[in-house]
Design a binder for this molecule. Sequence first.
Ligand SMILES: Cc1cc2nc3c(=O)[nH]c(=O)nc-3n(C[C@H](O)[C@H](O)[C@H](O)COP(=O)(O)OP(=O)(O)OC[C@H]3O[C@@H](n4cnc5c(N)ncnc54)[C@H](O)[C@@H]3O)c2cc1C
Length: 395
Amino acid sequence: MKYAADIAIFGGGVAGLWLLTQLRRIGYSVLLIETKRLGEGQTGAAQGILHGGMKYALDGLFSDAAQALTAMPARWRQALDGNGNEDTPDLSGVTIVAHQQLLWSITSTLPTRLLQQVAKRLLHGAMQPLDRADYPAPFDRHPPAALFRLHEQVIDPHSLVARLAALNPGRILTGQPVTALQRDAQGVTFQRAGEHYRVRRLLLAAGAGNRDLLAALQEQQPTMQLRPLQMVLLSGGALPPLFGHCLGATNLPRLTVTSHLTSSGERLWYLGGELAEQGVGRSPDTQIRIAKALLHELLPGVADLPGLRWRTLPMARAEASNPGAIRPNGVKLYDAGTILTVWPTKLVLAPALGDAVSACLRQQPFQPEIAEQPLAAAAHPPQLAPPPWERLLHG
Ligand SMILES: Cc1cc2nc3c(=O)[nH]c(=O)nc-3n(C[C@H](O)[C@H](O)[C@H](O)COP(=O)(O)OP(=O)(O)OC[C@H]3O[C@@H](n4cnc5c(N)ncnc54)[C@H](O)[C@@H]3O)c2cc1C
């Protein structure tokens, strides 16, 4: 069988799925191909924090990066409230696991730039200090030097992937790679499971997989970078729900904690921040030992809860190459005519990525031409990857 479409997207993470939804809404015929399962890459492993600029301020990337993020929480709120439009999918049903986060410090001295950011956000109501009487667990027993509430939501990335997939029935093919990938002046052809496809544009949204796809297409540009992490997971015991960042002596949070429920109903803490950044190359045992010591210092009492199980998860963030291998300031899009390559840089930047790709296609100009054709291979629902901890805890 031969199929034609305006656009094929390779990659079933947040970038590919968001773009599939948005580009179909503005009239293109689009199909998405994921070699493994949807959410198998970075998206499924993300902490789900919808950063509104504080994160970049904490990371020390002030100006442009923080600015790119400022508009994002409102866009996500609109989507999560079910008010979709051409630019924003209707994300009703996506699980919001926290409506706010906590920021705490165990010392009363913070770097000046960080203090300025905190003060600015306090002034604009994006943050509030908590009264001592309102300190939630685990801070009620061991109060830190300062504790603030930060009005930034956290979502469950798995439910986001499921929702975006559900918005596109019959347009997603999972579980097999493409072969015979070739480009010409009019578009791109490839095969998958014995079927032939011809598309006018190919959108590479395969995260770390973009490197091999670009090589297969003999494209020298763009180049990409991987920034690894070693996350820590702890589950079991009577862990309280916690979403927050511990401010440290530098602009990078010493620890970022999100909480998730596993399929067996246990609460799990997912630990990132400086711990995960500096944990690269450590053995799992060493990383866990360091994580325990850090929890003793930053959240006394938690690491001693009975019945805790500890795991580590090495992951890498895939981004467009950037001088000094630092994180790019915003979304990255490379337009090579029939091939577009994207990296969102952060999950929260998916709306900005949608805007950038729509604007790029309008500018080319590239009009919808091919009507959507049913895909026999998409008759089965696409495969979704479970959250990474399910494999680690039960696999
Ligand atoms: C541990 C961790 C925590 C994070 N936490 C946050 C957070 O809290 N908030 C935030 O905003 N951002 C966060 N991020 C960043 C965010 O997860 C990523 O920026 C975002 O998910 C990238 O999405 P993507 O769709 O580009 O890539 P991915 O999610 O990696 O998706 C790419 C997909 O392409 C598939 N693929 C690969 N090769 C091919 C091919 N040849 N053909 C077809 N498909 C292919 C892969 O299997 C994969 O499913 C985090 C990242 C990590 C690693």
